[in-house]
Design a protein around this ligand. Structure first.
Ligand SMILES: Cc1ncc(C[n+]2csc(CCOP(=O)(O)OP(=O)(O)O)c2C)c(N)n1
Ligand SMILES: [Mg+2]
Length: 918
C-alpha cells in the first residue's frame, strides 16, 4: 500500500490495499481435495458454521444450535477410523494424515471451542485460506510460564483496582471491568505484537468501562494523576486559563511510550472523547492517517507507513452495534483517501448495555456482524479464557499486517455488577445475574487453571499480587492531591502554537501579486497531454485564466486556489474533503482535472514547485458524520495542514451535528487540543426550498462561546471558533490564509458562497490580495454619505449585493449605509463601534437578514449590537418571519419575501410597521 506518485499527475494521497501473496493450492493439494471432496465439504462447514455451537459464552446461557452441515454422515463420512491425507484440506500441526475421528476432534477444538472464527464471508479466497491456516495452527500456541504470570498479574491488578474503588470510593460513579478482565490481555497482546512487528505508534480509542484499568494497569499512566480527577481536582496544570473546563475522568486522554520488546518503544496516544459512544472512532482514524503522512519519508518497499502507525479501538457491545457512526466509519476503511491499513477492534461484549440485553439491543447474531458489511473477519473469544484472548490478539495483528485490513476480536464476557456500581443489575436481568453471582471470577478461574497445570505454585501467587497492588493503589490515592500535573498540550508538532488570550487577531495575510498571479494561472493550466472538457474549458478555465492575467474580477475559485497554492508554496499541506469537492459544487474549483480521453487525473496545484506542500483532494462517500469526524481527527494531529470539509449544501452538516457539538466546538475547552478545521457550508436564499438554503448560522452562533456582555473590558474575547460569511473572494482568501498563519488554531466555519459566486460585483482585484491586506471582520460602506445617513443597515453575504442594487435603484445612498458583517463570532465589537460612530445623523439601526427570525444571526447580533448603539436606539429586525423550516418551498413566495425584505430595509421611518408578518 503506497501513496500514489506525488508529482501531481495522479490523485495525490490515494492509497490502495496491500496485496499479500498467499500460496495457491499445489497440484498435489488439488488432487487430494478432489479425491476427498467430501472431507473438504465437512472442513468448510466447520469453518463456516462451527461458531454456531462454539463454547464462547462464559455464562453458558446462549441458545445455540448445531448446524446440520457439521454432521459428517451428510457427506457420507461414516468411518471414524478412515485415514485421510490432509494436504490442501486442513492444517493439523505436525501431521500430514489423520483419521476422521482425529480430524473432527481437531475441528471441534478449533472452531467450536472457547474461540470461534468467522471469515468465510470474505470474498477473496486467499484471505480465507490464510485465515483457516492461522486458526487451525494457532490453537496449539504454547505460552511460557512468564507469559501466563503476566496475564494473571494484569487481570489481578485490574480486579484489585475495581475492588479498591468499590470499597473506598463507593460514592464515585465507576464502571467496573469485573467479568471482562481478559479483554486487557487481548489488548496487551495486540500492543506487544504490534510493537514487535514494527509499529511505532498506536492511536487508541477507549470506552468508559475499560478506560481506568487500561490507562493505569496497562499503559502505566500515573494513578495519582487519574485519582486527582476522582477527587474533583483538575487534570491540567494550575496556570491554564480559566476558559479551559476539563472533562470527566472517563473521557481522559493519555500519551505514553511503552517498551514492549519491539525495536523501538511504542508510542500510545489515547484520544480524549466525549461521552457519545463510538464517536471517537473516526476521529482516531483521522489522527492515524495524519501521523502516517508524517512518516512518509521513512517508507521503504517493505516497511510502509501503515506498518508504523495504526489504530486500536475498544468498543462496548451496545455502542458498537447501536451507533451509526460505527457503520459509517467502517464504510471508510478501504477507501483510498481514508484507509489507514486496518484497525484492530476489540469489542468488550458483556452482553448488556445498561439494562438492555442483546436480544433487544441488536438485530444481528453477534455484535461484530456489523463489520461483515466490509468483510471484516471476527474472532469470538470466551472471556473466561485469557489465553484464547492472547491467541486472538496475535492472529489479529498478523492479519492486519498481512492484508492491511480491519479485524474484530469479540470478547464475550459478563458484567459482574450493574452498569455502574450503584445500580442493582438483578432488577432488569434476574436470571443472568443469578448465574453471574454463582460464577467464579475470571481471575479465580485462571488461577485455578494455572495451579492445575503447575504454571504457578498456589493461589497465594494471585493473593500476593492483589495484596501488594492494593497497598500501591491506596498510596497513590493518598498522594493524588499532591501530584504535580505536567503540561501535555502544545508539545511536539504543536510547539510553536500558543493558547491565545484574544482571538480577534488581525494580521497581514496578503501575498506578492506576481506570486499570486502565477498560482492563479497555474491553477488552470494543465499538462499538454490532458484533453479538457470543452464546456469546462470555456466556462471555467478560460475565464479564470483571463481574470488572473488581468488581475481583475477574480472569483471565489481562483481566490481559494491562490490561498491554498500560496500556503502550499510556504510549506503547508492542505486537504479538501467532502462530497464532489475535487470539481466543487458551488465554488467551481475544478482542482482536479480529468483528461477526457484517458481519464488521467491532474491536480494543477500540486505542480507549483518541487518543494511545495501537497494538496489532497478527497471526494468523500455520501456521509457526513464519520467523514467530518475523520477530518477533525486529522486536524488534531498537526497545525501544518489546512483541513477543509465542504458540505454539498450547507445544512447537510447537521448529519454530523454530534461531532460539531462534542468535538469541534468544545474540544479545546475540554481537552486543550486545538484544531484548525475549516467547515465550508454553502448558504443563501435562492428559492431552492427548505433544505437547500440555510447552513443554519444560528446553530453555530449558539455554540459559540462569544461573551454576551461585550462592554465589559475585563472579559476576554477568546472564542472557541470563528464563524464568517465572506462577501468577497479576497475575504475568503484571507480567512483561509489566516487559518494557517497565526500561532494558534481554531476551527473556522465559513458560511459558504452559493449564488455569491455568480454575482458580478462579488469579485476582487489582485490588489485586494496584496501584502498589507487582511481579512476584515467588518467592511465599511465606502459610498454612503457619512453625514447624512439616517439608517445604518448591518448585513452579510449575498443579501448585501441585493440591497446595494436596490439602494442604487432607489437613490438612497445619502440616507442608508450598508455595513457588512463578515465575521459573526468573535463578535467584531471594536470594528462595529467604529462604524456606528461614523454616522452621527443615524437614528435607525437595522439588522437585515434573509433568514427567518428564529434563524440566521439575528438573536446573536441583537443582544450584542444593542450594547453598542447609542442608548436611545434599539436595533430593528428586518428579515423573514419566524418559521419552523428555514425557507419557503414555493418559488413565487420566496421571491415575494425577498422583495419585502428589500422594501422594508430601505423604507425609512422609525415608526414604520413591519411588512413581514413577524
Ligand atoms: C450516544 C450515547 N447514547 C447513550 C449513552 C449513555 N450510555 C453510556 S454507557 C451506555 C451503555 C453502553 O453499553 P455498551 O456499549 O454495551 O457498554 P458497557 O457499558 O456494557 O460496557 C449508555 C447507553 C452514551 N454515552 N452515548
Ligand atoms: Mg455492554
Amino acid at each position: 500500500m503506497t501513496i500514489s506518485n506525488s508529482n501531481g499527475s495522479s490523485f495525490y494521497g490515494a492509497r490502495s490495499a496491500r496485496r499479500a501473496t498467499v500460496k495457491e493450492f499445489s497440484k498435489s493439494e488439488i488432487a487430494n481435495r478432489i479425491q476427498n471432496s467430501n472431507l473438504v465439504r465437512l472442513v468448510d462447514a466447520y469453518r463456516s458454521f462451527g461458531h454456531k455451537c462454539a463454547s464462547i459464552d462464559p455464562l453458558n446461557m446462549w441458545h445455540q444450535s448445531r448446524d446440520a452441515s457439521l454432521d459428517p454422515s451428510t457427506y457420507g463420512l461414516d468411518d471414524p477410523q478412515a485415514e485421510y491425507q490432509l494436504e490442501g484440506i486442513v492444517s493439523m500441526k505436525g501431521l500430514s494424515k489423520a483419521t476422521l475421528a482425529q480430524i473432527i476432534e481437531h475441528l471441534e477444538n478449533v472452531y467450536c471451542g472457547h474461540m470461534a472464527f468467522e471469515f468465510m464471508h470474505i470474498t477473496d479466497d486467499s484471505l480465507r485460506r490464510w485465515f483457516a491456516s492461522q486458526a487451525e495452527t494457532c490453537i496449539d500456541t504454547n505460552f511460557s510460564k512468564e507469559e501466563k504470570y503476566k496475564f494473571l498479574e494484569l487481570m489481578a491488578r485490574s480486579e484489585t483496582f475495581d475492588h479498591y474503588m468499590m470499597r473506598e470510593c463507593g460514592h464515585q460513579k465507576q464502571f467496573s471491568l469485573e467479568g471482562s478482565e481478559s479483554a486487557l490481555v487481548a489488548l496487551q497482546q495486540v500492543l506487544e505484537h504490534s510493537s514487535k512487528a514494527g509499529v511505532l505508534e498506536v492511536v487508541m480509542c477507549l470506552t468508559h468501562r475499560c478506560r481506568m484499568q487500561i490507562m493505569m494497569e496497562l499503559l502505566g499512566v500515573p494513578k495519582d494523576s487519574l485519582f486527582r480527577k476522582f477527587q474533583g481536582l483538575s487534570e491540567f496544570p494550575d496556570e491554564i486559563p480559566s476558559h479551559i473546563i476539563g472533562d470527566l475522568v472517563y473521557n481522559a486522554q493519555a500519551s505514553v511510550d511503552l517498551n514492549l520488546g519491539g525495536k523501538h518503544p511504542l508510542h500510545v496516544s489515547v484520544v480524549p472523547n466525549p461521552c457519545h459512544l463510538e464517536l471517537v472512532n473516526p476521529v482516531a482514524l483521522g489522527k492515524v492517517r495524519a501521523k502516517q503522512e508524517d512518516y512518509l519519508s521513512l517508507e521503504t518497499d517493505d516497511y510502509k507507513v501503515e506498518d508504523m502507525v495504526m489504530s486500536v479501538q475498544m468498543h462496548g457491545d451496545g455502542g458498537f452495534t447501536g451507533q451509526g457512526v460505527v457503520t459509517e466509519t467502517f464504510g471508510l476503511t478501504n477507501l483510498p483517501h481514508f484507509t489507514t491499513g486496518g484497525t484492530v477492534h476489540i469489542v468488550l461484549n458483556n452482553q448488556v448495555s445498561v439494562t438492555t440485553d442483546s436480544a433487544n439491543g441488536r438485530s444481528t447474531t453477534y455484535s461484530s456482524d456489523i463489520g461483515k458489511m466490509v468483510e471484516i473477519p471476527a474472532i469470538h473469544v470466551n472471556g473466561d479464557h485469557p489465553e484464547m484472548a492472547a491467541i486472538a490478539a496475535r492472529i489479529a495483528v498478523n492479519y492486519r499486517k498481512t492484508f492491511g485490513k480491519d479485524i474484530i476480536i469479540d470478547m464475550i464476557t459478563y458484567r459482574r455488577h450493574g452498569h455502574h456500581e450503584a445500580e442493582d443489575p438483578f432488577c432488569a436481568q434476574p436470571l443472568m445475574y443469578k448465574e453471574i453471582q454463582a460464577h467464579d471470577s475470571v481471575i479465580d478461574l485462571y488461577t485455578q487453571h494455572l495451579v492445575s497445570e503447575k504454571a504457578i505454585d498456589s493461589v497465594d501467587v494471585k493473593n500476593n499480587i492483589k495484596a501488594s497492588h492494593d497497598a500501591h493503589i491506596a498510596s497513590c490515592y493518598r498522594n493524588a492531591p499532591k501530584y504535580q500535573v505536567q503540561p501535555s498540550h502544545l508539545l511536539g508538532k504543536w510547539r510553536s502554537m500558543v493558547i491565545p488570550l484574544e482571538s480577534t487577531c488581525k494580521m497581514d495575510t496578503g501575498v506578492d501579486p506576481s506570486i499570486l498571479r502565477s498560482i492563479g494561472i497555474r491553477a488552470v493550466t494543465v499538462a499538454k497531454d490532458i484533453v479538457l472538457n470543452e464546456k469546462m474549458q470555456k466556462l471555467n478555465i478560460d475565464t479564470r485564466m483571463e481574470q488572473m492575467k488581468e488581475g481583475k474580477k477574480i472569483g471565489y475559485a481562483s481566490a481559494e486556489a491562490m490561498a491554498i497554492g500560496s500556503l502550499l508554496l510556504e510549506g503547508h499541506h492542505a486537504r479538501i474533503c467532502g462530497q464532489d469537492v475535487a470539481r466543487g459544487v458551488f465554488i467551481p474549483r475544478h482542482a482536479m482535472i480529468n483528461c477526457q480521453q484517458t481519464n488521467t487525473k491532474y491536480t494543477p496545484l500540486n505542480n507549483l514547485s518541487s518543494t511545495q506542500g501537497k494538496l489532497e483532494l478527497v471526494d468523500s462517500p455520501l456521509g457526513e458524520l464519520a467523514v467530518m469526524s475523520y477530518e477533525y481527527g486529522m486536524s488534531l494531529e498537526t497545525p501544518n495542514r489546512l483541513n477543509m470539509w465542504e458540505a454539498q449544501l450547507g445544512d447537510f452538516f447537521n448529519s454530523a451535528q454530534e461531532v460539531i457539538d462534542s468535538f469541534i466546538s468544545g474540544g479545546e475547552e475540554k481537552w486543550l487540543r486545538q484544531s484548525g478545521l475549516v467547515l465550508v457550508l454553502p448558504h443563501g436564499y435562492e428559492g431552492a426550498g427548505p433544505e437547500h438554503t440555510s447552513c443554519r448560522i444560528e446553530r453555530f452562533l449558539q455554540l459559540s462561546s462569544d461573551r454576551f456582555n461585550v462592554t465589559d473590558p475585563n472579559v476576554s474575547n477568546n472564542v472557541n471558533w470563528h464563524v464568517v460569511n465572506c462577501s468577497t473572494p479576497a475575504q475568503y482568501f484571507h480567512v483561509l490564509r489566516r487559518q494557517m498563519k497565526r500561532n494558534y488554531r481554531k476551527p473556522l466555519i465559513v458560511v459558504g458562497p452559493k449564488r455569491l459566486t455568480r454575482i458580478p460585483k462579488a469579485v476582487s482585484d489582485l490588489d485586494d490580495f496584496a501584502p498589507g491586506t487582511s481579512f476584515q471582520p467588518v467592511i465599511s460602506d465606502m459610498e454612503a454619505n457619512k453625514l447624512s445617513v439616517r439608517r445604518v443597515i448591518f448585513v452579510s453575504g449575498k443579501l448585501y449585493y441585493e440591497l446595494l442594487e436596490e439602494r442604487a435603484k432607489k437613490e438612497m445612498v445619502d440616507q442608508v449605509a450598508l455595513i457588512r458583517v463578515e465575521e459573526y463570532s468573535p463578535f467584531p465589537k471594536e470594528d462595529l463601534e467604529a462604524e456606528i460612530s461614523k454616522y452621527p445623523s443615524a437614528s435607525e439601526f437595522v439588522w437585515c437578514q434573509e433568514e427567518t427570525q428564529n434563524g440566521g444571526a439575528w438573536y446573536f447580533m441583537e443582544s450584542r449590537l444593542n450594547q453598542l448603539l447609542p442608548s436611545q436606539h434599539k436595533l430593528k429586525y428586518v428579515g423573514r418571519a419566524t418559521c419552523a423550516a428555514p425557507a419557503n418551498g414555493i418559488y413565487v413566495k420566496h421571491l415575494a419575501e425577498q422583495k419585502q425584505i428589500y422594501e422594508e430595509a430601505l423604507t425609512l421611518s422609525s415608526a414604520q410597521h413591519s411588512l413581514l408578518p413577524h
